[in-house]
Design a protein around this ligand. Structure first.
Ligand SMILES: Cc1cc2nc3c(=O)[nH]c(=O)nc-3n(C[C@H](O)[C@H](O)[C@H](O)COP(=O)(O)OP(=O)(O)OC[C@H]3O[C@@H](n4cnc5c(N)ncnc54)[C@H](O)[C@@H]3O)c2cc1C
Length: 265
């Protein structure tokens, strides 16, 4: 497979840097071709602003959605964004790797998504009718490709368990897995999460690295998280609410959007 790893850590000698090297080496050993977008090293511009839309006249009001659509349609996205889109189209699998910072991805990676996932490419795709609400949530430009997260967290695994004070990790990562990756069509694999990483010794690192190697060996075969397809009949259109009778009647929130058993992260 062709694999794109988008890496967001400012220090190459970090734990994240070491885990990235472990992942890349294992993927290459399995015969995959890997490209890395190293956002800090590349000095990735993270904010969406007028500079992203050079054809916008100086007095025109910046409407980010409309500007993104026009730039995509007219092939006037900036070269850095076009290069990332080309890599996403090339890749059969996308890996986003980052340390958990304030229960989310670092701003530079969020900015990569904001700028690269353009209107017409990652959203605003497909027809809206009484049968379909665009090609999204399981359908879209990136359908048929796989995606997964590699995340490091200072907190303990128990703190991220279903009754843990931080909230369940699958809930915290839902906006990324479902809202960013499943939305444009990816099959999203359960994340690789490394917990309690701030006090790690060599033995702890080696066990973690071996767990990551195993996930890289099974990248092509690991079953994806069973999210419900938006246009598959489970949701009412246009309210986009899960139909009555589906899901646990007592359940609310993110877990409702899983078809059957939840992911094993
Ligand atoms: C702004 C900010 C917000 C944060 N928010 C959260 C949060 O919301 N939730 C949460 O759980 N955590 C949070 N953290 C903690 C954060 O998730 C961790 O600090 C981060 O995941 C550690 O990854 P790193 O690559 O920076 O590790 P590093 O600091 O580089 O290393 C971590 C440990 O691994 C060891 N190590 C590194 N490389 C190797 C190697 N090759 N071999 C053996 N050992 C090695 C280091 O010696 C160190 O002990 C936050 C941290 C910051 C800075």
């Amino acid at each position: 497979m062709n694999i794109l790893l988008v890496y967001a850590h400012p220090e190459p000698r970090s734990l994240n840097g070491a885990l990235r090297d472990v992942a890349v080496r294992e993927l290459e050993a399995q015969g995959h071709t890997v490209r890395v977008s190293d956002l800090y090293a590349d000095r990735w511009k993270s904010e969406v602003d007028r500079a992203d839309f050079p054809t916008l006249t100086p007095d025109a009001r910046l409407l980010p959605v409309a500007a993104s659509k026009t730039a995509f349609d007219t092939d006037t996205l900036t070269d850095d964004v076009k290069a990332e889109i080309e890599k996403l189209l090339w890749a059969d699998a996308l890996i986003l790797q980052f340390p958990l910072w304030w229960f989310a991805m670092p701003a530079i990676l969020k900015g990569w998504v904001d700028r690269v996932f353009a209107y017409g490419f990652a959203y605003g795709v497909g027809e809206h009718s009484d049968r379909r609400w665009g090609d999204r949530y399981g359908e879209g430009t990136l359908a048929g490709k796989r995606a997964m997260l590699i995340v490091t967290a200072g907190g303990w695994e128990e703190h991220y368990s279903p009754r843990g004070v931080n909230g369940p990790i699958d809930d915290l990562l839902f906006p990324i897995n479902h809202g960013i990756l499943y939305y444009p069509g990816y099959d999203v694999l359960p994340p690789f999460v490394a917990y309690s990483v701030d006090r790690l010794d060599e033995a702890g690192f080696e066990a973690m690295a071996e767990r990551l190697r195993e996930r890289m060996r099974t990248l092509a075969t690991t079953p994806p998280i069973p999210y419900r397809q938006q246009n598959g009949g489970d949701y009412r259109i246009p309210s986009m609410q899960l139909r009555p009778g589906l899901g646990d009647p007592d359940a609310a929130g993110f877990a409702l959007h899983l078809n059957g058993a939840g992911p094993a992260s």
